[in-house]
Ligand binder design. Structure first.
Ligand code: HAM
Length: 419
């Protein structure tokens, strides 16, 4: 068959043969977040465009080229959300979630949208899972969110990934570091790509994230932030590392992590699977101590991460990991004869009301066709109802794995089914 319409480039359908895998990893993420006492928050998939423009930073790729923006009928400018942190913080501020005091520990799951060149592991609509812990500057919390990701990945069975951490300092340190970067790169300005020449003026550290060979080679010798940290920043970073040891999370310090979004302060981290090729970040995050205030709230600190489900699935496939059960009916109902077919809906309803999943195909009438379908569905039982059984008030329950069968009344079925 050929459809008259195609799906938009960079998107995909989650078809029934993989949807159970998605369900499995989403549920496992939610269960893991709950183990850490995080609670779910759901925000809209579109927000005022300005929310993202301000928080991500004007030189970020998201703002420069990746936002799906549109005007509504009243001329207001919105954007499909490219990420989840700014919307969660917007909701935190708008709903006064800090009124309860303490740390608000929130998690989310949902689609994000970025207009980028699609490739393996990079989509225009992709699904993120993430957490945000708002209200504490304690390095314990930085380590706790990293430990949450680590626990989740290990529960999935993943082993091929690295936790890389860095400190990107605070505002004061950032200024000094940016000056050092400008001093280093300025004599090489002509050798830099066009984008980096602009970055040098606006946000020099983004140069370190450039994928162009020349810029990367120059970046290798550039000053690193860790050498510029003041006492507050380096104490914070040391404590994060100490807590990570206690949480038994192995990590590498990678001074080249700069992150593509502007809101980070102190800890920044990435979870990398180097076997995935160019799109090797299966998750990333960090601390954002200025974001709540920037969005209109009190000056409250926060820290969180988000990961892409697609890259997680790719990583699981690469490691041959099992994920989730396909939907299999417990009972395949076979009705033989007109009377039985006439009564079958009531019987199926009884099963389902008793939490027994049941399949019946009204277009199949012969016993042979129905038993064949039961096999195809990998059903554990077949329930055979014939006109004759109906008169006797019984049905035949056939255990398809053990190849045994009994005649039972409808009421007896739930106790006969072994799950
Ligand atoms: P991010 O690094 O932009 O951070 O994205 C986080 C993760 O989302 C990436 O590591 C990757 O796994 C996935 N991802 C990003 N873009 C795509 C894409 N086009 N296709 C498939 N997967 C993608 C953030 O979004 C921050 N909000 C994370 C955070 C939370 N920081 C603090 N709290």
């Amino acid at each position: 068959m050929s459809s008259k319409y195609n799906l938009p480039r960079g998107t995909y359908d989650i078809l029934p043969d993989v949807s159970h895998k998605w369900e499995y990893i989403i549920n496992l993420f939610k269960d893991t977040a709950k183990l850490f006492n995080f609670k779910e928050i759901v925000t809209p998939i579109f927000e005022e465009a300005d929310l993202f423009e301000r928080s991500s930073g004007e030189t970020s790729d998201i703002v420069q080229k990746e936002m799906y923006k549109f005007y509504d009928r009243k001329g207001r400018e919105f954007a499909l959300r490219p990420e989840g942190t700014a919307p969660v913080v917007r909701s935190f501020v708008e709903n006064n979630l800090n009124a309860q005091g303490g740390i608000q520990k929130l998690f989310y799951v949902g689609p994000m949208f970025r207009y980028d060149r699609p490739q393996k592991g990079r989509y225009r609509q992709f699904y993120q899972y993430g957490v945000e812990a708002i209200g504490s500057n304690n390095p314990f919390v930085d380590a706790e969110v990293i430990a949450l990701f680590y626990t989740f990945a290990r529960k999935l069975g993943l082993t091929d990934f690295e936790v890389e951490i860095n400190s990107v300092g605070n505002d004061d340190v950032s200024k000094i570091y940016d000056e050092a970067l400008i001093k280093y790169f300025l004599p090489h300005k002509e050798e830099l790509c066009g984008d980096c020449q602009e970055r040098l003026e606006k946000k020099p550290r983004r140069l370190l994230d450039c994928k162009v060979k020349n810029c990367q080679a120059l970046g290798k010798e550039a000053p690193i932030m860790l050498d510029y940290l003041d006492e507050e920043c380096s104490t914070h970073f040391e404590q994060v590392k100490r807590y990570l040891d206690q949480f038994q999370v192995p990590y590498n310090v990678n001074p080249r992590i700069v992150r593509g979004l502007d809101y980070y302060t102190h800890t920044a981290f990435e979870f990398l699977n180097n076997k995935l090729g160019a799109q090797n970040a299966i998750g990333a995050g960090g601390r954002y101590n200025g974001l709540v205030e920037q969005i209109g709230g009190k000056p409250l600190p926060g820290v969180g991460f988000a990961g892409g489900f697609e890259r997680l699935l790719l990583s699981m496939e690469a490691e041959n990991l099992f994920s989730g059960d396909e939907v299999i009916p417990q009972v395949y109902v076979a009705a033989i004869g007109e009377k039985a077919q006439d009564h079958v809906a009531g019987i199926i309803n009884f099963l389902r009301m008793n939490n027994i999943s049941a399949e019946y195909d009204p277009d199949k009438t012969s016993l042979k066709a129905q038993m064949k379908a039961a096999d195809k569905f990998k059903a554990k039982y077949a329930l055979i109802i014939g006109d004759d059984e109906l008169i006797r008030g019984v049905v035949t329950l056939k255990n398809l794995q053990e190849r045994s069968q009994v005649d039972v009344t409808l009421q007896e079925i739930p106790s006969q089914i072994k799950l």
